[in-house]
Design a protein around this ligand. Structure first.
Ligand SMILES: *[C@@H]1O[C@H](CO)[C@@H](O)[C@H](O)[C@H]1NC(C)=O
Ligand SMILES: *[C@@H]1O[C@H](CO)[C@@H](O)[C@H](O)[C@H]1NC(C)=O
Length: 459
């Protein structure tokens, strides 16, 4: 019996963390999700983090709703709101997110913990709770405003259902929040709904959205001033493809939006995205220019995308879909190229071009972007998108393999006369373009050649 009391005492001590006096994100379990079936509960807590107390969550308000003196109203405030949590555990990404953000920016952070309300086996119940959480936040924000905080300086970052909660809060403040970032906003029960029933670009001065699982837990339709669709927005590289991988099969694609956003705080490389009508057009190399942002480059995903805000919010009608590919793990960057090619003879209807690069150190990589079949009309330039995980700085050789789409007409002896190819880096447009003129590609045969820089003298 004594042992039981000691154990219970120990559990109480660890869960409330009275020792440090720090607020912690509630740690629930699948058991709580079961209990919720019979006894629905909802409780929302706001946990504040600031630079001097990066490792210790504090309440936003003290007694009698006096604003915590560590909350600096002249600084920006980042709100982080999680989504549906059927197993009740704290979000696995939360700690890293806080750490990176506070390392980069001196801001107030408020983590909205609505785990009691998100931990349920009934998704629809969590959906209904989003309005209640938004109401709770509205009331508390009103109090913060009385202490001189400003809506302008609020940046809401909402994950999944949290994105719609952010939208509802923004709606109640008539779009005056500074910014909302939606990280794979939830799709089920929100898809196709009118703007007031979901996150929408009218909910804040600037709304940026990342869609990483739009065919399952996320939403497909664009919602913001800018909508990022990494790898097309449906399935993400490096995520398990079968149900036998367990929970990570279900949430990997969905969580990728959070991972990508967090990567932008590390600044190891840029996740540049390209405005385009569709993912297919992007894949076909049709969208590589960002003239409307001139002299700025194409927009980069993440925390700093507000550098493009002024132009994005002026667009009529608002909204811009941007596409890009990523690698399968941190820092997720892919190095994009366009291969322009002009074929002179023996044009087939449609075919695939496999592209490999070799650098002066012998590093070899094949493009990770499976080229769409493309038609190669005579004497017309066709652009093929290529992407590599490795950043080739000194390319020494290009290897091309052409094959026709239709295996029935596979022509083993076919040769194609190439007028020229030009390889240009999209990621680093300032790097010299590489060319090669007058050569022949044999069907299904790897052809390796040395390119030279495309200067007029090189021709
Ligand atoms: C609040 O932030 C401003 C600007 O970042 C700074 O100048 C000021 O000293 C801060 N106030 C307190 C009480 O820390
Ligand atoms: C074009 O293909 C035919 C066979 O289909 C072949 O005889 C001819 O040499 C090819 N021309 C070139 C330039 O490769």
């Amino acid at each position: 019996m004594l042992r039981l009391y000691i154990l219970l005492g120990l559990m109480w001590w660890t869960s409330s963390d009275k020792r440090t006096g720090c607020l912690k994100f509630s740690d629930l379990s699948l058991g709580d999700a079961f209990i919720d079936l019979f006894k629905p509960r909802i409780r929302t807590t706001m946990i504040m983090y600031t630079k001097p107390f990066a490792n210790c969550g504090e309440p936003v308000f003290g007694q009698n709703y006096i604003l915590n003196t560590n909350f600096n109203i002249t600084k920006k405030t980042v709100w982080i709101i999680h989504g549906y949590r059927p197993t009740g555990s704290p979000p696995s990404w939360l700690h890293t997110f806080l750490e990176r953000l506070l390392k980069k920016e001196d801001v107030n952070i408020i983590v909205v913990d609505w785990n009691w309300g998100a931990t349920t086996l009934i998704y629809q119940r969590a959906v209904l709770n989003t309005r209640k959480v938004a109401m709770f936040l509205k009331e508390h924000i009103d109090k913060m405003l009385r202490f001189g905080a400003s809506l302008n300086s609020f940046h809401f970052i909402g994950v999944s259902l949290g994105a719609h909660i952010s939208g509802f809060v923004g709606q109640m403040f008539k779009g005056k929040l500074g910014r909302i970032t939606g990280l794979d906003p939830a799709g089920p029960y929100f898809s196709g709904k009118p703007p007031y029933k979901r996150l929408d670009y009218t909910d804040a001065q600037f709304v940026d959205v990342i869609h990483s699982d739009s065919n399952a837990l996320g939403i497909k339709q664009p919602l913001g001033h800018i909508d990022f669709y990494p790898n097309g927005g449906k399935t993400q590289p490096g995520c398990p493809k079968s149900i036998f991988s367990g929970a990570s099969f279900i949430k990997c694609d969905h969580q990728r939006a959070v991972q990508l956003f967090m990567t932008s705080l590390e600044a190891k490389c840029d996740l540049t995205a390209y405005p385009c009508y569709s993912h297919k057009d992007y894949r076909n190399g049709k969208c590589t220019l960002c003239g409307e942002f001139n002299p700025k480059p194409c927009p980069k995903l993440g925390y700093y995308v507000d550098q493009w805000k002024d132009i994005l919010i002026e667009r009529q009608p608002p909204g811009m879909n941007v596409y890009f590919d990523t690698a399968d793990k941190e820092p997720f960057c892919m190095y994009h190229y366009i291969l322009d090619i002009v074929i002179l003879e023996n044009v087939t209807k449609e075919g695939y071009m496999k592209i490999k690069l070799i650098d002066i150190y012998g590093k070899v990589e094949e493009s990770k972007i499976k080229s769409y079949r493309a038609a190669y009309p005579i004497n017309e330039e066709v652009s093929i998108l290529a992407g590599f995980y490795y950043d080739f700085k000194d390319i020494s050789k290009i290897v091309l393999t052409y094959s026709q789409k239709n295996a029935k007409f596979k022509c083993l002896k076919c040769k194609y006369k190439i007028h020229h190819i030009k390889l240009r880096s999209l990621t680093y447009p300032e790097r010299p373009q590489l060319c090669r003129y007058d050569f022949v590609l044999k069907e299904n045969v790897e052809t390796t050649f040395k390119p030279h820089s495309c200067t007029p003298t090189g021709m």
